[in-house]
Design a protein around this ligand. Structure first.
Ligand code: BGC
Length: 399
């Protein structure tokens, strides 16, 4: 098990080691202070306004979050040479996220996902003797919250600055029966951009009836810069010795399968593309990687931050480390991107031009007795934290 290293002054797991600064970045540092700025991003057909919050950490990283879907529309970080690029896929206008082409391919770029991230088989589950029927929006299955999940809702927002960094708090109340789910769910998500080059995502929810909850964030990263081509050269480490194999419709079979000796073994950093074309039934079903990995953690670390993943882009030297309190992470290698969507930089998003690493409970848990429960009961509080830490390294071959 790899516990995420924290530095003592922020013992709540918020502060991690800083990256070394080169001269260009150090220069920027002297001219920047952390800031958060709100601007109009667009308007929904019913007249409601969508705002954008621009967060800057005073250390060369900035990020934009919009109140529609809690979407991270841009995240700019320096590479090993100090060149700043946007490293997440997305659009610079609301229309991009609401076009017919976007809705048809439904990639969920950068969005907050709820009430249930990932799939629920046939959009159906039984809870306390009642069968609930959910919206089915992925063939026969329910995916990422249904027809109009949290990614397509307008969130209430306010910005904040505190000792940890600058951020935005987003709130959304999902009414009883929305997309077929029981109970009114009050949801709060905060994004904090820290001076230590992290994005901390805190999820919080309460309900008035028992309901499944599995919130996540669906950013697609390309650490060489969005629109710059394929991510198959990125070297990935996953802190997982098992994954949850799926059927040909991507519903877990219930098995926890050892990764040893399979293309799913990322315990040592390996290029994403090294084994992606191998003849392997699971890779065929996903058209690449589209699987939930079971994170290594002992009982004592339940609910604590553990390192889940580390990704290095060889050319840019950018490094992304992900820590989470969740038991699983979905690694999706962007297999269903097909070039039909043109991103904010004017480039087509082709197959595997971005990857997602979605911290989460396991898919279809409401129908899988052997998986950790995702049911939130009245009186309980759903709490989950994920940290993305950005840094750079110069040695292309180092993992
Ligand atoms: C899923 C993919 C899906 C993608 C976009 C990912 O979380 O695992 O199967 O295509 O989201 O919807």
């Amino acid at each position: 098990m790899i516990r995420f290293q924290t530095i003592p002054r922020l013992a709540l797991g918020m502060g991690m080691t800083c990256l070394a600064l080169n001269a260009a970045q150090a220069g920027e540092m002297t001219t920047q202070t952390p800031s958060v700025e709100k601007q109009r991003f667009g308007q929904l057909p019913d007249g409601r306004k969508v705002e954008a919050y621009h967060l800057r950490n005073g250390h060369g990283i900035d990020m934009t979050v919009i109140t529609y879907g809690g979407i991270i529309t841009s995240l700019r970080t320096p590479d090993a040479q100090g060149n700043v690029d946007d490293i997440v896929l997305g659009f610079d206008s609301l229309e991009g996220y609401r076009s017919d082409a976007y809705r048809q391919s439904n990639p969920y770029f950068g969005a907050l996902i709820g009430r249930y991230g990932n799939r629920i088989a046939e959009g159906r589950f039984m809870l306390d003797g009642t069968t609930y029927e959910l919206a089915t929006n992925d063939g026969p299955h329910h995916l990422h919250g249904g027809d109009k999940g949290f990614d397509k809702r307008l969130w209430q927002a306010h910005s904040f600055e505190n000792d940890t960094g600058v951020g935005v708090e987003l709130r959304y109340t999902s009414e009883d029966g929305e997309e077929g789910y029981p109970g009114r769910l009050d949801t709060r998500v905060t994004y904090t951009l820290t001076a230590d080059d992290e994005v901390i995502i805190d999820y919080h929810a309460t309900t008035d009836k028992a309901t499944p909850v599995n919130l996540t964030q669906h950013s697609y990263f390309n650490l060489a810069g969005e629109g710059s081509g394929s991510i198959v050269d990125h070297r990935l480490m996953l802190n997982a010795d098992a994954f949850t194999p799926v059927d040909d419709t991507l519903i877990p079979t219930g098995e926890l399968r050892d990764v040893a000796g399979t293309p799913f073994d990322f315990r040592d950093a390996t290029p994403i593309g090294a084994r992606i074309g191998e003849e392997n039934t699971q890779l065929v079903y996903g058209q690449g990687y589209d699987h939930n990995f079971v994170l290594v953690r002992d009982d004592a670390s339940a609910g604590e931050l553990v390192t889940a993943a580390r990704v290095v882009a060889p050319q840019s030297g950018r490094v992304l480390e992900i820590a989470t309190t969740e038991p699983g992470i979905q690694f999706y290698s962007g297999n269903f991107l097909d070039g039909t969507l043109i991103g904010k930089g004017g480039d087509a998003y082709e197959k595997r031009s971005g990857f997602a690493l979605e911290t989460q409970h396991f898919p279809d848990s409401p129908n899988q007795a052997g998986f950790p429960s995702t049911i939130l009961a009245p009186g309980e509080t759903y709490e989950s934290r994920t940290v993305w830490r950005f840094s750079t390294q110069r040695d292309d071959n180092a993992s």
